[in-house]
Design a binder for this molecule. Structure first.
Ligand SMILES: *Cc1c(COP(=O)(O)O)cnc(C)c1O
Length: 173
């Protein structure tokens, strides 16, 4: 059983790491690409029982994570306080963005989110997507996914990016 916890650092729910010892067949994966802001080094983390990790370690050597990636990851992982602060800032921005979306006349529903993005159902996703694109803001139009007709997904950015997005959204008609 593999549980992908790519967004766990933004989530209020507990990580499955807390019960890893209770399930010998459990594998939990996390990544440095999201909350740790290191998508460029493409590094993930795998947690599992000693038995499973032993098997993985046996096949890893010829394709191991490269040395430069390891160095950058270790540097980043030292900066626990900075990372915690960045995550809190993203969560603050997310609350602000959610509150704004909920007040907009063309937004019909804002879905709960445990990640650093927000899914919202709008009146006309293609139209709203294009309006934002015309202002150089790229969101994801998820309308082609089953059950997601007329939805847009907003990834939470920096305070500056968020402020710009909010001011554009408020002006849209
Ligand atoms: C980003 C992401 C990952 C991991 O991405 P990598 O850059 O390959 O580490 C895994 N699962 C989900 C759902 C993701 O969004």
């Amino acid at each position: 059983m593999v549980i992908d916890e790519a967004y766990i650092d933004f989530a209020e729910t507990e990580s499955w790491l807390n019960v890893l010892n209770d399930y010998p067949n459990l594998v939990v994966t996390q990544t440095l690409s999201k909350a740790y802001g290191m998508a460029g080094i493409r590094l993930g983390i795998c947690y599992a029982s000693e038995e499973i990790i032993t098997v993985l370690n046996r096949i890893k050597p010829p394709y191991n994570v490269n040395e430069l990636t390891q160095q950058r990851a270790l540097e980043r992982l030292q900066k626990k306080e900075a990372i915690r602060e960045e995550i809190s800032e993203i969560l603050r921005q997310k609350r602000t963005l959610m509150e704004t979306l909920e007040t907009l006349p063309f937004v019909n529903k804002v879905y709960n989110s445990e990640a650093n993005f927000i899914l919202a159902r709008v009146d006309d996703a293609n139209k709203r997507y294009q309006q934002l694109l015309d202002q150089k803001v790229v969101v994801r139009n998820r309308s082609n996914q089953p059950l997601c007709e007329n939805t847009l997904r907003f990834t939470v950015g920096t305070q500056g990016e968020n402020a710009m997005l909010i001011s554009l959204l408020k002006k849209m008609d």
